[in-house]
Ligand binder design. Structure first.
Ligand code: FMN
Length: 170
């Protein structure tokens, strides 16, 4: 799996008047990055029990691309690192937002990282806790398999047959 990180810092605030004049360059970049990706991984902090305004703003811009479908029907998942709740509340808020965008979201197994627990990150922000790395790896592995089944179901007839056999024996 190849992950391309899109920097959302250059996006202007969503503004319908600006949009009517044509998408600013960073927005064009965001939409095409989303369109070209097979799936989208949203990584959120938790700010005052919600996601960051900056990430919500990026989703608001991307959600306007319904005809070309940059988020509509796009496989997506959410991870996050924050305080004691590990961004659980921010992730819940994002799930609501992604419902309206038409993204198809994988919720489980889930990754809720307690960013301030000693030994989780080093002083440069690198994840160092092995159990957390394992949880992240597990979630991403599942996302890859789940996304592939969604995008290329014909490649998974074996899987479907196993399901049928299991059902037939139930
Ligand atoms: C304005 C602000 C509000 C925050 N509110 C919460 C919160 O409600 N719950 C929480 O778990 N962490 C909260 N935090 C901690 C962030 O989730 C934490 O800083 C995050 O891991 C770091 O992400 P960042 O480097 O992208 O800011 C808050 C941080 C900031 C700056």
């Amino acid at each position: 799996m190849e992950i391309n990180i899109f920097d959302i810092r250059d996006l202007p605030f969503y503004d319908g008047d600006v949009e009517a004049q044509g998408d600013p360059a960073p927005v064009v970049g965001l939409k095409s990055a989303m369109r070209e990706a097979d799936a989208v991984l949203f990584a959120t902090p938790e700010y005052n029990w919600g996601t960051s305004g900056v990430l919500k703003n990026a989703i608001d811009w991307a959600s306007r691309d319904r005809e070309e479908g940059s988020l509509m029907g796009k496989p997506a998942t959410v991870i996050g690192a924050g305080g004691r709740a590990g961004t659980a509340r921010a992730q819940m808020q994002l799930l609501e937002t992604l419902g309206e965008t038409g993204s198809v979201v994988m919720v489980k197994p889930g990754v809720h990282i307690q960013a301030f627990a000693p030994g989780t990150f080093d002083s440069e922000g690198n994840l160092i806790d092995e159990a957390t790395k394992e949880a992240l790896r597990g979630h991403l592995d599942e996302f890859k398999k789940w996304g592939a089944r969604l995008l290329w179901p014909r490649h998974f007839t074996g899987f479907a047959c196993e399901m049928d056999i299991a059902l037939a024996h139930a």
